[in-house]
Design a protein around this ligand. Structure first.
Ligand code: GLN
Ligand code: ZN
Length: 769
């Protein structure tokens, strides 16, 4: 099983999902956090998962198998632990970092909030942002990379240990609290390199022959001093790295010519990895010149999607590359870590064979990579290749994919603008006459805790174990409970709590045509949280209303306004696996038309406040600035299409999750929502200056007043203080008071006191006004 045993078949996997084919890690983590199982139990589940992945790749014949791609929470947090860069508030006093400190950084604990979490590039994965400054005493404090390497080796698998590259690590960090915002994070390079050297030396001593540095930051728009940092970092590591083969991986986008030049000139590096699915420009750069004697890790199998690879096309591409870099220097790889795709198609019992034949999950992608490598070395598996070609042909021509009517309607949108006829201030006046809300109105973002009982009811209904009648009764009872609770808490604009929804995207996708669903196609979002993205394989339409029954049922239970709750088209798109046979914006317009039908039906049913969540709007922003304008234009247009048809008196809310909004504020304003609620509490109020812009256009704004990602209960005074800070920047007549995001992941024991404190804080502030 040693690598190199089949030396001509060079195959490599950039990284692999950690959760396990049936989310084994999630359940182990949550049980450990709940105190229901021991640290040993958690370690055992994790070790078993790692072992089975290593075995699987080695059985397939992969030559370069990754290790340290596993993480208990996040690979960037692992790097923070490795470097001993623990913020002082966690009270760590040195030594090997254990679960206690590690999970406190990730999730907060009873007395200290968590570290900030933010999106990993343009994926739906979130990493824990390192907090750095001149005071940090870096020291080698987690030996996980070496331990995993040894663990695999003991199982007979020689792996390529992966480290987050030093420059990407620093450029993904932020200055710690109290450190000047302008603090040059790259000035810490010499300090962290000292730790990296210790790690590298240990890996070498343990027998590693290859090591992989992930430097995805190289695909961003970088300044020359940032590029220079890469050159300096690897020059500094060169002597430590000698005797080792080193691959520097990039992924998620093209490289600029400058970044490419920097990368391929790095000292001490043996190979370079590229995302060739998204990187067509990179391909041109490679063709124009690749350093001789170096390995090219060609990422041709898409790690961001679930579609079967076009093997014939990939093979042709690889053969072209082979003539540039030489036969023994070309390595077939994935475009990025397979972390961003589903785990294994074999566990899909509900998908029909036709759709299944169009797909490849992580386990199948490993096989594709290997098949391509074998074909390159002259051992093409003809049967495998022709089955693949047949599947691609069936997908192209399938009537399930094509709906002419939808195509026509969506094409009719092109070139035209869609906006509500009146401006937001006059609409808000009209709405206030109808809604009669107090100043600083309180609301929540939509979901309430999803109890074990609730999940059981949904599961049993899905499995036909309980009747529709019983199901409706149970959900109604839940809604009624949530409505009563909110009335007791004295919240102003209520929600029904989303008890009928497993997930904010899947729920809609299940009712739209053109979507397919997996049973185990989970992808990690953050920590133990996974999402199961629908697969958009065909033209999208809405056969019948999706939420009207539940929203009007909820409204009938209260005299307070009940928010209708929808997921917006951009978010449905960005949180799905999207077809790759037409541009994304075309698919988005189709979804927008379906949501528009739903918005209008809700309005007809007497729902006066409708929230259209665009939690993932920013997430779809292309990594390269030059592409932002085009994306934002069609994304914002899609959102406006959904509510262009409503009356002035219907209040449209939107909600967005943790994001950096500074650079897209104009697009957010251009969405023309009446009220926008935004995550704020984990971003240290830095959003407030952004909201000041919002005041100019007069819409309601609800920056989250407490963090729902942590079990911690925010005291009233703390929330009141937050609101006071917001009021220093925002007019009281536009400010809303709400949590950061939905409450589905919390427990009632946390939600009740937190919301009670939130309402108390709002009332206190109303007095102060
Ligand atoms: N309405 C959704 C909820 O409350 C919004 C979730 C989100 O923004 N991620 O669950
Ligand atoms: Zn949110």
């Amino acid at each position: 099983m040693a690598p190199g045993s089949s030396s001509s078949m060079a195959s490599h996997i950039v990284g692999y999902p950690r959760m396990g084919p049936k989310r084994e890690l999630k359940f182990a983590l949550e049980s450990f956090w709940d105190g229901k199982s021991s640290a040993e139990d958690l370690k055992k589940v994790s070790a078993d998962l790692r072992a089975s992945i290593w075995k699987q790749m080695s059985d397939v014949g992969i030559k370069y198998i990754p290790s340290n791609t596993f993480a208990y929470y996040d690979q960037v947090l692992d790097t923070t632990a490795m470097l001993g860069a623990v913020p002082p508030r966690y009270g760590w006093s040195g030594g090997e970092i254990g679960f206690d400190v590690y999970f406190s950084m990730a999730r907060g604990n009873a007395s200290v909030p968590a570290m900030e979490m933010t999106k990993w590039f343009d994926t739906n994965y979130h990493y824990i942002v390192p907090e750095l400054g001149p005071e940090v005493n870096f020291s080698y404090s987690s030996h996980k990379a070496v331990e995993e390497y040894k663990e695999a080796k003991a199982l007979g698998v020689d792996t390529v240990p992966i480290l987050v590259g030093p420059v990407s690590y620093l450029l993904l960090s932020k200055p710690a609290k109290g450190v000047e915002k302008s603090f040059p994070l790259l000035s810490l390079l010499p300090k962290i390199l000292a730790v990296y050297k210790e790690v590298i030396s240990e890996l070498k001593a343990a027998g590693a022959s290859w090591i992989q540095f992930d430097e995805p930051v190289l695909v961003k728009d970088l300044e020359s001093h940032q590029l220079q940092a890469f050159t300096e970092a690897y020059a500094e590591l060169e002597s430590t790295l000698s005797g080792l083969n080193v691959v520097v991986e990039t992924y998620f986008a093209d490289l600029t010519p400058e970044a490419y030049k920097t990368l391929v000139s790095l000292k001490g590096v043996t190979g370079f990895g590229f995302d060739l699915v998204r990187g067509t420009n990179t391909l041109d750069l490679i063709k124009a010149g690749f350093p001789s004697g170096k390995h090219l890790f060609a990422g041709v199998v898409d790690g961001r999607n679930i579609w079967a690879n076009d093997l014939a096309a990939s093979l042709a591409l690889l053969q072209g590359l082979e003539s540039i870099v030489g036969k023994d220097k070309l390595v077939v790889s994935t475009s990025c870590s397979l972390l961003h795709t589903a785990v294994d198609l074999v566990n899909e019992t509900k998908l029909d064979d036709e759709i299944k034949s169009w797909l490849a999950f992580a386990a199948q992608k490993v096989v594709e990579v290997n098949a391509l490598a074998k074909a390159l070395s002259g051992q093409k598996d003809e049967a495998f290749f022709s089955a693949n070609a047949a599947a691609l042909a069936s997908r192209k021509s399938s009537p399930r994919v094509n709906n002419e009517n939808v195509q026509k309607l969506a094409a009719g949108l092109k070139g035209s603008d869609h906006r509500r006829a009146t401006n937001v201030s006059s609409r808000l006046d009209a709405q206030q006459k109808k809604l009669n809300l107090p100043v600083l109105p309180t609301t929540t973002i939509g979901s309430f805790p999803q109890t074990v009982e609730l999940r059981r009811v949904r599961r049993e209904f899905k499995a036909n174990k309980i009747s529709e009648e019983e199901y409706v009764k149970a959900i109604k009872e839940e809604i009624s409970k949530v409505v009563k609770l909110q009335e007791e808490l004295d919240i102003d604009v209520l929600v029904h709590g989303e008890p009928e929804r497993n997930d904010m995207v899947e729920y809609f996708g299940e009712q739209l045509s053109g979507f397919a669903f997996t049973v185990n196609g989970w992808v990690q979002s953050y920590g133990s949280r996974c999402v199961k993205p629908p697969i958009i394989y065909g033209d999208v339409s809405r056969p019948k209303p999706m939420t009207v029954f539940w929203s009007s049922t909820a409204q009938s239970m209260t005299s307070r306004p009940m928010k209708g709750m929808l997921t917006g088209p951009v978010t449905i798109l960005n949180w799905s696996f999207v077809r790759n046979d037409q541009p994304r914006h075309e698919t988005c317009y189709q979804i927008a038309l379906a949501i528009k039908d739903e918005v209008e039906d809700l309005e007809k049913a007497g729902i006066n406040v409708i929230q259209i969540d665009e939690a993932a709007l920013r997430e779809g922003l292309p990594l390269r600035k030059s592409e932002h304008g085009f994306y934002l234009k069609w994304a914002v247009h899609s959102f406006r299409i959904t509510n262009v048809g409503v009356q002035d008196t219907t209040q449209i809310h939107t909600h967005m999750c943790y994001s950096n909004f500074n650079d897209i504020i104009h697009s957010i304003i251009d969405m023309d929502a009446d009220v926008i609620t935004i995550e704020n509490s984990r971003s240290d109020e830095k959003l407030l200056s952004v909201f000041r812009e919002g005041v100019k256009y007069g819409a309601g704004i609800g920056p989250g007043v407490y963090d729902i990602h942590s079990p911690r209960i925010p005291p009233t005074e703390e929330i009141a203080d937050r609101i006071r800070k917001m009021l220093a920047v925002l007019e009281s007549n536009v400010l809303w008071v709400n949590p950061d995001c939905g409450l589905k992941t919390r427990k009632y024991g946390e939600v009740n006191p937190a919301l009670s404190n939130m309402v108390a804080a709002a009332k206190q502030l109303r007095q102060e006004l």
